[in-house]
Design a protein around this ligand. Structure first.
Ligand code: PLP
Length: 356
């Protein structure tokens, strides 16, 4: 079975060896305050920052998931209000969780075919946190770097970005936002079960002003521990180990990103040529890491079933487009051979309909 599910997604094949090495090394039985663990954590973060080109003054923490980052930001960084700019299910969920915690989450829901309108982005105070979803996994849209760069030049507020399904797949304009987070089961090509949170000095300053330390996952408490190469709770040592190995293995993000871009362009033109309708018409807002294809309800369900019989898992639709779309992950761990198997399948299915 090959998988194009956009998370949990295909794991790098090398992970099989890393799992074995992790076991042999004895590290996964080590205490998380021990010297070998601390060295491994430090090395993993160093590899990650170097391969993903994270600025030196940004800090990296590991959490249990991207979802946990929603909670951490609401508790520890949002002093008062937050402005949630979203066009799909994940961005909306983030707003809902935040609203439940702070009671002061504002929404600006925008059309998936467009970029957010700058004239609608008005903050109520200098410490309102602006929340954006870099890659909306539910509908296959993304926010280009040029938009984030412009936003950064216009506001001093802390900007938090959900980059769960794009981090490690495409380059991020790190300096144009303050909090970036993701989960390892998407573009990192790792087994599910850990989140990565990357924060700027500005975000840390705001967290210090908020001064929230009442949760096991309070940002300041997490930070105190990570500054010592430790974690506030017993961490997923195996996941950290595997992340370190994968970050050592992969090419620098510039290369990975250009490869992702070429493959995405190829997917979009292939689908069009073969009469598949894309969920998003506007090329400027299409995601490079999650390709969403529109199909009528019966057709979508038929295609997913037929693919399964051919040994291919397609991503289900998600949120509002659950039944009328399917998604194809364009994550770095997927190889060319798998892509050509899926293409052959899609060509066969397209010619069947054409002959009907
Ligand atoms: C997958 C995903 C999440 C949730 O990730 P978890 O690891 O389940 O917490 C959040 N936001 C986006 C955009 C996602 O794609």
């Amino acid at each position: 079975m090959i998988t194009f599910y956009p998370g949990p997604s295909k794991v790098y094949p090398q992970v099989e060896d890393y799992l074995h090495e992790a076991f042999e090394s004895g590290l996964i039985s080590k205490n998380h305050r021990s010297e070998p663990f601390m060295r491994m954590l430090e090395e993993t973060i160093r590899n990650l920052k170097s391969k993903l080109a994270v600025p030196d003054d940004y800090e990296v923490y590991f959490t249990s998931s991207a979802t946990e980052c929603w909670e951490i930001i609401a508790q520890s960084v949002i002093r008062d209000s937050s402005l949630h700019i979203f066009n799909g299910a994940f961005g909306e969920k983030w707003k809902e969780y935040t609203q439940n915690i702070t009671g002061k989450a504002k929404s600006y829901a925008y059309d998936p075919e467009q970029l957010p309108d700058f004239s609608e982005i008005t903050v109520s105070s200098p410490d309102e946190v602006i929340c954006l979803t870099h890659n909306e996994t539910s509908n296959g849209t993304a926010i280009p770097a040029s938009f984030l760069n412009k936003l950064r030049s216009q506001v001093q507020n802390v900007i938090a970005i959900d980059a769960t399904s794009s981090m490690a797949g495409v380059e991020m304009p790190w300096e144009s936002a303050d909090i970036w987070y993701a989960s390892v089961q998407k573009c990192f090509g790792l087994p599910a079960g850990m989140g990565v949170m990357i924060v700027s000095p500005r975000a840390i300053t705001q967290a210090e002003q908020v001064g929230e330390r009442s949760h096991y996952n309070s940002l300041l408490f997490i930070r105190d521990n990570f500054l010592k190469n430790q974690t506030p709770y017993t961490p997923n040592t195996l996941a950290i180990y595997l992340l370190g190995k994968v970050m050592k293995q992969v090419a620098p993000i510039k290369e990975v990103s250009s490869h992702t871009g070429l493959r995405a362009a190829d997917w979009y033109s292939f689908l069009k040529e073969n009469n598949y309708q894309l969920l998003i018409e506007n090329e400027a807002v299409r995601s490079e890491t999650v390709v969403a294809v529109y199909a009528e309800k019966d057709r979508a369900s038929y295609l997913k079933k037929a693919a399964k019989q051919a040994g291919i898992t397609l991503g289900n639709g998600y949120g509002k487009d659950k039944e009328t779309s399917f998604r194809i992950a364009n994550f770095p761990a997927i190889d060319d051979k798998e892509i050509s198997i899926l293409k052959d399948f899609l060509i066969r299915e397209a010619s069947k309909t054409a002959n009907e």
